[in-house]
Design a protein around this ligand. Structure first.
Ligand code: UDP
Ligand code: MG
Length: 314
């Protein structure tokens, strides 16, 4: 019999978890597969992790992995994928924005031969226009730069087959954009459409600045194009400066009386170039700092408790 793992990273989702566990269980009650629900606690402080661990005693399909602190959503997903045992693994959010009722459709596409099945949002409810606008812009930019086909409007809600999970396990890069990585592996990819619900309870843990950081991380970890842009910009500035210098020399020789003391315009140019250089160095520094961070070779996350292992020992 096949086993499906459902990996759900969560941070302070006390109100949503009971509903989530109940709805996932209801979905699998009507299915032939064996299943596990792997809740990954990303350093919650509201008692939701304690609730989840206690719940494993009544719900044998439930397994809770607690990280030693808050590492971030992408790391929590990684921890879940590393420990999931299923033949296919579904990743979804804890806030029920990704409805568990879509899982059978994901499984159907997987049984139809797909290795990665993403759930694509047909609509997004309960999200600000600002977030939708930025998200749309990001998907377009990423698509162009990364040369990896990341489907527009697919979040982290997706199903990946065992061989994709095993491939992902080999990618231990520190700056992780899981959506990009699951597309990078290739194989047969398919999409299933769904309506994204509003958050069941609580507040979003992804304010705009955090989403922007993820977007920047995603772009710089998949593409060195920004470095090429600044180099191209430098070439452009040099070309303009060259033409301008020729013009100034020409004026000095043939029309010396028209040569003005243009100190104001000189300052404007100097300040502009100074700013452009600082931005370029900063961007370069981002890439260099990644080398530094990767060089440390630290583990991506640390696990404080895994209910599956506690059971084995006890
Ligand atoms: N989450 C997490 N660690 C974090 C932030 C968020 O595990 O540091 C979880 C969160 O509990 C939820 C999922 O990641 O299950 C997506 O977060 P959220 O719903 O706040 O993001 P949004 O849907 O608003 O983009
Ligand atoms: Mg959400």
């Amino acid at each position: 019999m096949k086993t499906i793992s459902v990996v759900v990273p969560f941070l302070d989702e006390k109100e949503s978890l009971p509903e989530l566990v109940a709805r996932v269980a209801a979905v699998f009650a009507a299915r032939p597969e064996d299943w596990e629900l792997l809740l990954v606690d990303d350093g919650s402080t509201d008692g939701s992790a304690e609730w989840a661990v206690a719940r494993t005693r009544e719900e044998p399909h439930l397994r809770v992995v607690r990280l030693s602190r808050n590492f971030g959503h992408q790391y929590a997903i990684t921890a879940g994928l590393d420990r999931a045992v299923g033949d296919a693994v579904v990743v979804m959010d804890a806030d029920l924005q990704d409805p568990p009722e879509v899982i059978p459709e994901l499984i159907a596409a997987w049984e139809g031969g797909a290795d990665v099945v993403y759930a694509v949002r047909r609509s997004r409810r309960g999200e600000t226009w600002m977030k939708k606008f930025l998200a749309a812009g990001f998907y377009r930019v990423f698509h162009r730069l990364a040369k990896v086909e990341v489907p527009m409007d697919a979040g982290d809600f997706r199903l990946v087959s065992r061989r994709v999970v095993d491939s992902l396990k080999k990618m231990r890069e520190l700056h992780r954009f899981m959506r990009g990585l699951t597309c990078w592996v290739g194989y047969k990819q398919a999409a299933v459409e769904y309506d994204r619900a509003a958050r069941f309870a609580g507040e979003t843990k992804y304010p705009v600045w955090k989403s922007a950081k993820l977007a920047f991380d995603a772009i710089t970890s998949f593409s060195a194009s920004p470095l090429r842009w600044i180099a191209l910009f430098g070439v452009g500035v040099c070309a303009v400066a060259g033409v301008w210098t020729l013009y100034v020399i020409w004026t000095a020789i043939f029309r010396p009386e028209t040569l003005e003391k243009g100190w104001a315009s000189i300052i404007a140019v100097v300040v502009f170039l100074g700013g452009a250089q600082l931005v370029s160095i900063g961007l370069l520094g981002q890439y260099v700092s990644r080398i530094y961070e990767e060089g440390k070779g630290r583990p991506l996350y640390l696990v404080a408790e895994d209910t599956a292992e506690t059971e084995d020992r006890g």
